[in-house]
Structures are given as C-alpha cells and as structure tokens.
Design a protein around this ligand. Structure first.
Ligand code: 0X9
Ligand code: ZN
Length: 308
C-alpha cells in the first residue's frame, strides 16, 4: 500500500484510521482523482482472521483500481474508493503464526471475578483483565445495531463473543467512526469474508424482516452476481444473511445500512463452498480476484452512472 501511495501520488493516499489492540495500524487506501463531493465506495476485508482469501481479494481489487485505472477510467473519475484490506490485523497475524483457524480479534474482555466478601475488602465482584482468560471478540458481532441479540455470545471463550459492549474493539470503533464521517458520500458498503459463495443482503439479525428497499438491493446485486459468474462460471447464492446462512446480529453490514444509512450494504462470502473452506489454495487467489472484481465493477458502474 505504501508503494502504491508513493508511486501513484496523484490518486492514492494511505490513511491510518486507528490502531488494533496489539498496536497495528488500520491502514486504508483512499483512491480519488479529486473533488470533495463524489459518491464513494467502501470495501473492507479481513475482519475475520482466518478468511485469508478476503484480504487477498481486496488487495487484488486495489491493484486493478490503481495500476489498471485506464481500463475503467470512469470508475475513478466519478467515484472515490475507500479500501481497507485488513480490518483485523491482530487476528490475521495470529492465524498465520499460532492458529490457522483464528477468527476473532486479540483483545481481552473484562472478566468478572467472584470474590468472598470480607470486612476489609468490601467488593463482591470486580471486573478486570487476567492473563489466563479467553482472548478475542468476534469483530462481526461487535457493531452497535441489534448488538448481542441473536447468534452471538456473551462468553469470551466462544467464537462469536460479541464483546463487552458495542464497539469494544478498537478495530470496529475506528471503522465505524471513519464511515460515519463519510456516510453521506458512501453509496455502497462491501465487506468481504469467506467462505460460502454468497452475496448477502441485510438483515442478518432477523429471518422475518427485510429492509423496505430489499428489492433495489437484490436487483443491483443480481447484476454483480451475473457478471461474476460470466468470468469462469462460479455460482453465488443471493439473499439475506439470515435466510442463506444463519441469524446473527451486530454485524457490519446491518450496521452500515441500519445506522450509517448506506442503502447498498452487502457482505460477500468468497469461495469456496466447503471443499477447502478457509484453507483455500493460493492458486485460487488470482481467479477469485478476477471474478470478484468483475462483480464489484458491475455495481460500481451504476453508481458512476448516477444511481444513489
Ligand atoms: O457470521 C458472520 O459474521 C459472516 N459469516 S462468516 O462465515 N464470514 O463468519 C456472515 C455475516 C452476515 N451478515 C449478518 N449476519 N448481518
Ligand atoms: Zn467472516
């Protein structure tokens, strides 16, 4: 990213929007050909540590946008892009060094310890952080919209621990702050995950309720899914997170739509459908990048043409 920002100074700028629990920078790339009022597109990857195809695909998209910009000049002329390839750098690192299937962040929640009352020590319960407790919050259960209602846990030892409170994680808090600052211009929010080959539409928090403008979101995403498939035949399912996967609340897509007011908010579950799962072979990186970029480009074109 630093290389791109250095080489293509006219259009690229890295912005450190915050710092992870372990002190890593949350570095995003702003791609802009100028002007303050253009519609913008947000793309993040790597919110879950083990989903390695996600940062790889977001990086591929970044490469296309910058180094092959002549091929789609109008997408840069008409739109600004905010690209965050690794939203949870601590989890990503941990999945490389210690545990390939690590999903969460690397924070320590507040831990309730029951203590015996004594006259000299008047506290029954205190909350503290200890060395031996479970580590990590599910960064996709930590957003402040229907937080901890369904499909998330209050047990720090669980994979879907929602955190002590909404935005307890510096990573989700920093992203939410940044998005709120630019929410009027951001027309589409995309969060890339894996795996399943699904293009997910809010809401994830309820099976029975769909957004009022669900159909608009569906029609647009359908075009993306078709364009994606045209590259090498990869099939994606399209529908709400709750109906295609499971019900879960406190995820970023629901927050982007429900709180930040971004009409077109999607989670894309990248390949595959389970043969390799999270351990997708490296040989799949390029083709996944190509097809996903075709899908996203298709949607972006509509915003460049004035859809809002
Ligand atoms: O459970 C998740 O956070 C996402 N799936 S994953 O396998 N990558 O963990 C799906 C999130 C879908 N969106 C909502 N539930 N709102
Ligand atoms: Zn995920």
């Amino acid at each position: 990213m630093d290389y791109l920002a250095h080489t293509y100074k006219e259009i690229c700028e890295t912005v450190v929007i915050g710092t992870s629990t372990e002190g890593r920078p949350l570095k995003l790339m702003k791609i802009s050909t100028g002007g303050e009022t253009k519609p913008a597109i947000w793309i993040d990857g790597g919110l879950h540590g083990r989903e390695w195809i996600s940062p790889a695909t977001v990086t591929y998209i970044l490469l296309q946008l910058v180094e092959f910009r002549e091929k789609h000049a109008n997408l840069l002329e008409k739109l600004d892009w905010y690209i965050l390839p690794v939203a949870n750098p601590d989890g990503y690192e941990y999945s490389h060094v210690h545990d390939r299937l690590w999903r969460k962040t690397r924070s320590r929640a507040l831990h309730t310890k029951k203590r015996r009352p004594s006259p000299s020590f008047g506290l029954w319960n205190t909350k503290s952080r200890t060395k031996d407790q479970c580590v990590g919050t599910d960064a996709n259960r930590n957003w402040d919209f229907h937080w901890k209602e369904v499909g998330s846990s209050s047990n720090p030892c669980h994979e879907n621990f929602a955190g002590d409170k909404p935005f307890s994680e510096p990573e989700t808090a920093a992203i939410a702050d940044f998005i709120m600052k630019h929410s009027r211009r951001i027309k589409m929010f995309l969060s890339l995950h894996s795996y399943s080959q699904m293009w997910l539409i809010p809401w994830g928090y309820s099976e029975n309720e769909k957004p009022k403008d669900y159909y608009d979101m569906y029609i647009l995403a359908e075009k993306g899914v078709k364009a994606l498939k045209s590259v090498k035949g990869t099939d994606y399912l399209l529908g709400t997170a709750a109906e295609l996967m499971y019900i879960s609340s406190g995820a970023s897509d629901d927050w982007a739509k429900g709180v930040a007011g971004i009409k077109y908010a999607y989670t894309i579950e990248l390949p595959d459908t389970g043969a390799h799962g999270f351990i997708l072979p490296a040989s799949r990186i390029e083709s996944t990048g190509q097809e996903t970029w075709e899908g996203i480009k298709e949607l972006a074109q509509h915003f460049a043409d004035g859809l809002s």
